[in-house]
Design a binder for this molecule. Structure first.
Ligand code: ZN
Length: 126
C-alpha cells in the first residue's frame, strides 16, 4: 500500500495526502520549511500545510440527531398549544362570569331604582 495518495476531493485540488498520520509526520520532519499535519475534512487521510492551526471543521449533526431535535421542538410546541388552549378556555369562563355578575348588578340596581321610585310616588301621593 502506498503511503502517499492524491486527495480525491476537488476542493483540495488534488493535494498530496497521506494514508496515516505517521506517514505525514515523517514527511513533515524531512521538510526544510515548517509544516503542520492535519486530518483531511473530506476523507480519512492526512495533509501537510504551511499554515499553522488548521482545524478540521465541526462535523454536521447527523440526520437522526436533527430529527430528534425537531421532534423535541414539535413536542414543546404541542405542549404550549395545549396550555394556551386551556388558558383561553379559562379566560372565556372568567369573562362569562364577569358578564353575568355585571348583569346581576345592573338588575339589582334597576330593582333598587324601581323601589325608590315607587316609594317616592307613594310619598308624593300622601
Ligand atoms: Zn484530502
Amino acid at each position: 500500500m502506498r503511503e502517499q495518495v492524491i486527495c480525491e476531493n476537488l476542493k483540495m485540488g488534488g493535494k498530496i495526502s497521506y494514508r496515516t498520520k505517521a506517514a505525514a509526520e515523517k514527511k513533515r520532519r524531512q521538510s526544510r520549511e515548517p509544516l503542520w499535519v492535519y486530518e483531511c475534512p473530506h476523507g480519512d487521510h492526512f495533509h501537510l500545510t504551511s499554515q499553522p492551526r488548521y482545524r478540521k471543521p465541526e462535523p454536521a449533526p447527523s440526520l437522526r440527531k436533527l430529527r430528534a431535535h425537531l421532534e423535541a421542538i414539535g413536542r414543546t410546541i404541542a405542549a404550549q398549544t395545549r396550555r394556551l388552549a386551556v388558558s383561553e378556555k379559562r379566560l372565556a369562563e372568567e369573562l362569562a362570569r364577569a358578564e353575568e355578575q355585571k348583569h346581576r348588578a345592573q338588575q339589582a340596581h334597576r330593582e333598587e331604582l324601581a323601589a325608590i321610585t315607587a316609594m317616592t310616588n307613594r310619598i308624593r301621593r300622601v
